[in-house]
Design a protein around this ligand. Structure first.
Ligand SMILES: [Zn+2]
Ligand SMILES: [Zn+2]
Length: 306
């Protein structure tokens, strides 16, 4: 992202993955956070993927890097400590520390445990697996997930059912890339409007509204050449009717992807009638208020590890 002359209000509700703590990201966490500060972001939610519960859920790139679930757990603990140090360092830019969920295996008990162990400021609720297949890893995995579910529409239904269970079970403050399931479906507009699918995402949005959660307007799709961020416009329109707050998230995975698409995302949000509600979602504000600058935080070394 090029640094603009005009001082804009900039936020990211989901981003900050780094090569230091994520195998499919690049650069160090310091470099990534410095990039946000350089562009003048007002607040950012730094999120990292949770470690897998068992080795069975390692991604191929993690296995290749010689990591197992124990090493991933330790790396995640180091990530949290690192973020807490950065929070104390960057006082002009509010940093919120988050963990991004997975929905494989016994994820509810695993994430509940990680949450009480690490006490992140926020949980970013994401679904990257359907029936334990990481459907967003590549077109081949996506195809496998379609086959396992018995068709594209059924895959969407299964995804939104899983998402509903995840939201209900974890009540994550931020719900990430709401309709990620369309990632490798070029005809997604049609699939998303099929009645069984539509009924499910409408139900999920109502749950998000009831719980007062924030939706991630995930612009990462724009840098990959897609026409619009997640979620797609018909979902955005319904979210607005329900009074849901949607905030832009760049889902950055390197210095080069920090802030990419955020300004366009903000314009799209404003055009869709969200006004500037994304600037200070009460839920995010509350976390910032409660923490306050310089407030002592518990570091990993003071915590009891598994
Ligand atoms: Zn990632
Ligand atoms: Zn994600």
């Amino acid at each position: 992202m090029a640094a603009g002359k005009e001082r804009k209000y900039l936020v990211s509700v989901h981003g900050g993955h780094s090569g230091q703590y994520c195998c499919h990201a690049q650069d160090t966490l310091d470099e990534v956070v410095q990039a946000y500060a350089r562009y003048g972001f007002n607040w950012v939610v730094i999120s990292e993927h949770i470690p897998p519960q068992t080795d069975a859920f390692l991604y191929p790139d993690e296995i290749e890097a010689g990591l197992d679930s124990k090493a991933m757990y330790q790396r995640f603990a180091a990530y949290l400590d690192h973020c807490r140090r950065l929070q104390r360092q960057f006082l002009d830019m509010k940093i919120l520390v988050a963990m991004e969920t997975e929905t494989c295996g016994n994820y509810l008990s695993w994430i509940t445990r990680l949450r009480s162990e690490f006490c992140p400021d926020l949980v970013v609720g994401a679904v990257h697996h359907v029936d334990d297949i990481a459907f967003d890893y590549g077109p081949e995995q996506y195809r496998q997930a379609v086959d396992k579910c018995g068709g594209l529409e059924k895959l969407y239904c299964r995804y939104f059912d899983l998402q509903h269970a995840m939201i209900e079970g974890l009540k994550p403050q931020v719900v990430a890339h709401f309709d990620l399931i369309r990632i490798f479906d070029p005809g997604y507009s049609k699939t998303i409007s099929a009645e069984p699918v539509r009924r499910r995402w409408l139900r999920n949005l109502e749950l998000v509204a009831d719980l007062g959660l924030v939706l991630d307007y995930n612009v990462s799709s724009l840098r990959k050449g897609a026409a619009e961020p997640y979620p797609t416009m018909p979902i955005c329109r319904r979210a607005r009717e329900l009074g849901i707050i949607m905030a832009p998230g760049d889902d950055s995975h390197s210095v080069a992807t920090v802030g990419v698409g955020i300004k366009r995302g903000i314009k799209l949000l404003e055009k869709a009638g969200f006004g500037d509600s994304w600037k200070n979602p009460p839920l995010i504000d509350e976390v910032i208020e409660n923490r306050g600058p310089g407030q002592p935080v518990i570091t990993g070394s003071e915590r009891k590890f598994l």
